[in-house]
Design a protein around this ligand. Structure first.
Ligand SMILES: *Cc1c(COP(=O)(O)O)cnc(C)c1O
Length: 467
C-alpha cells in the first residue's frame, strides 16, 4: 500500500504558492511529455482528442465527469510489460482498475490476472479469464471467497496468515482440493517513489515477516499439509517505485528464505513473485524507469542472488497494476466555477471547481498524490496562472490537482483533462454526497465503447430500503 509523505503539502505556503518541482510552462497549451497516453494530442483547432475522438464529442456522448481509456495504449503497455519480462509471468493487478472489458484485454494480451476479492474474481470469471491464470490476494479472505477460488480452480492463492492456512486445510478436506499457494512475506523493505526504507518497516498488516521466523514456520507448515501445495513465496514492497533498489534488498531477503527452506526440507521452491508497484508519471517531476530498464535490472538481481545462495533460478513473476492501467486513462471534467481566494501575503490562489472530485479520485486526499491538468476544449493565449482544481464535495480536502499552471481565462463550461488517471481512481470511487460514480469508456480508432456506465440516482436509491 502507498504511504506518501503528507507533511507540508496540505497547507499552502503563502510566500511561494508553486511547489518547487512545478515551473511555469513556456507554452501552457503544450501537452507535457511523458504524462499523456499515446493517443492524446491537440488538434489544429486547439481541442484535445483521445484516440481520434475530440473531448467535446466524448462529453457529448457520455457527459462529464468521465474516465476515458485509450484502448490501444492500454494494450500496448500490457504487451510492453509482457515482452520486457519475457520468460517471467506478468500478473496484471486488477485492483488498479478492473471491469469485464479490461479483464478481457489483459487476457487477450497474454497476461495473467491478480484479484483480491470475490468481486474482482467474479469480474474475471465473467470475462472468461482462465482461472488457472488468476491469483487471489487478500489479508482477510473469507471462507466463501476461498471456497469460490478452490471450486473454480484459481491458479494460485497468496496466503497471508496462519488462520488462512487453517481455513484452506478445512476447505481442502471438505472439497477434496489441494490449493496452489504462495506465502506472502514481509521483507522489511518499504519502497515508494524515489526512496526505500530497508530497516524495520514490518509494522503493517500484510503477510508473514521474515525477521523472527514467522515466514519460514508458515512455509514448513504449508509444505507438510496435504491440502496445500507450496509453490513459492511472494513479496510486494510498495507502490509508485521508480527504481530497482528496494527490489534488490527484497530479492536478497526472499531468496535467502528459499535457501533456509532448502536447508530445512531439502527442497527448492519453484516460484518467486516480486509484486508490483512500478511507478508512473503523474507530473513532470516524475521520472519512472521503463519496463525494459526494470526488467533487465530485476533479472540481474535475481540471477545474482540465486548464484550467491546456490539456488536454481525459480519461475519469477511480477504484478504491475498502475504502470499498465494508469497512463492510458484520462479524466474529463467540466468547469463549474472559478474564483480567486486570498491566501495572505497579498497572494491569491485560483480555485477551479469541476463536476467531479474526491468521489471519483480519492488519491490526492488520501495520499497527497499530485496530478497534472490541462485546458482540454481549446487553447488559450492568456497567461498561465497557478491554479488548484477542486471537486464539488463538502470537504476542504476535496482536491483533484493541487497545483497546476492553467490559462488565466479558464471559465465555466471549459473542459479540464487530467492525465494518468486510469489507476486507483474509478476503482476507489465512492458515492460521497450521494454522487453517482462516473462512467469508464474505451476509445479506439475514434470509436467509443462504454465499459462501465455512469451510475444514476436511481442506482443509488435502489439501495435505499426506504424504511
Ligand atoms: C497493489 C498491489 C499491486 C499493484 O501495485 P501497482 O502500484 O498498481 O503496480 C501488486 N501486488 C500487490 C500484492 C498489491 O497489493
Amino acid at each position: 500500500m502507498t504511504h506518501m509523505h503528507v507533511a507540508g503539502s496540505i497547507h499552502a505556503d503563502a510566500t511561494s504558492p508553486a511547489p518547487h518541482w512545478l515551473t511555469k510552462p513556456g507554452d501552457v497549451n503544450a501537452l507535457a511529455e511523458g504524462l499523456w497516453s499515446s493517443g492524446v494530442s491537440r488538434r489544429s483547432d486547439g481541442e484535445i482528442e483521445i484516440a481520434g475522438l475530440s473531448v467535446e464529442e466524448i462529453a457529448r456522448q457520455i457527459g462529464t465527469p468521465a474516465y476515458v481509456i485509450d484502448e490501444a495504449d492500454f494494450r500496448a503497455r500490457a504487451r510492453e510489460w509482457k515482452a520486457a519480462f519475457a520468460g517471467w509471468e506478468v500478473y496484471y493487478a486488477g485492483k488498479s482498475f478492473l471491469c469485464t472489458g479490461v479483464a478481457r484485454w489483459v487476457a487477450e494480451e497474454g497476461l495473467n490476472l491478480d484479484v483480491c476479492s470475490a468481486g474482482e474474481l467474479t469480474v474475471a470469471l465473467r470475462a472468461d479469464v482462465d482461472p488457472a491464470r488468476i491469483g487471489l490476494h487478500g489479508n482477510n479472505k473469507s471462507e466463501a471467497e476461498l471456497r469460490m477460488a478452490l471450486e473454480v480452480g484459481v491458479g494460485r492463492i497468496i496466503v497471508d496468515s496462519s488462520d488462512e492456512i487453517s481455513r484452506l486445510e478445512r476447505l481442502g478436506a471438505e472439497l477434496g482440493t489441494v490449493a496452489q499457494v504462495l506465502i506472502r512475506v514481509t521483507t522489511g523493505v518499504e519502497a515508494h517513489t524515489h526512496e526505500y526504507i530497508a530497516t524495520a518497516h514490518e509494522d503493517q498488516k500484510f503477510g508473514f515477516s521474515i525477521n523472527g521466523g514467522a515466514a519460514l514456520v508458515a512455509m514448513v507448515r504449508t509444505h507438510h499439509s496435504p491440502y496445500l501445495d507450496l509453490r513459492g513465496i511472494h513479496s510486494h514492497i510498495g507502490s509508485q517505485i521508480f527504481d530497482t533498489n528496494g527490489f534488490e534488498v527484497a530479492a536478497r531477503r526472499t531468496l535467502k528464505l528459499f535457501a533456509q527452506f532448502k536447508e530445512a526440507t531439502g527442497l527448492e521452491l519453484a516460484e518467486l513473485d516480486l509484486g508490483g508497484g512500478f511507478g508512473i508519471a503523474y507530473t513532470k517531476a516524475d521520472t519512472p524507469a521503463t519496463a525494459g530498464e526494470l526488467a533487465s535490472g530485476l533479472l540481474e538481481i535475481v540471477l545474482h542472488e540465486c548464484r550467491g545462495f546456490g539456488l536454481a533460478v525459480p519461475r519469477v513473476s511480477i504484478e504491475p497494476g498502475r504502470s499498465i492501467s494508469g497512463p492510458p486513462g484520462t479524466a474529463l471534467y467540466r468547469v463549474g466555477t472559478v474564483k480567486a481566494v486570498e491566501i495572505g501575503g497579498g497572494l491569491s490562489r485560483r480555485y477551479i471547481s469541476v463536476d467531479g472530485g474526491m468521489s471519483d479520485n480519492i488519491r490526492p486526499a488520501l495520499y497527497a498524490a499530485e496530478y497534472s491538468a490541462t485546458l482540454a476544449n481549446r487553447t488559450s493565449d492568456a497567461p498561465p496562472v497557478l491554479s488548484r482544481v477542486v471537486g464539488l464535495h463538502c470537504e476542504g480536502g476535496d482536491i483533484l490537482v493541487r497545483d497546476e499552471f492553467l490559462p488565466s481565462d479558464v471559465r465555466p463550461g471549459d473542459l479540464i483533462a487530467v492525465p494518468a488517471a486510469g489507476a486507483y481512481s474509478r476503482s476507489m470511487a465512492s458515492n460521497y454526497n450521494h454522487t453517482p460514480r462516473p462512467p469508464v469508456v474505451a476509445v479506439l480508432d475514434g470509436r467509443l465503447t462504454t465499459l462501465l456506465r455512469r451510475e444514476t440516482l436511481d442506482d443509488l436509491l435502489a439501495l435505499d430500503a426506504g424504511a
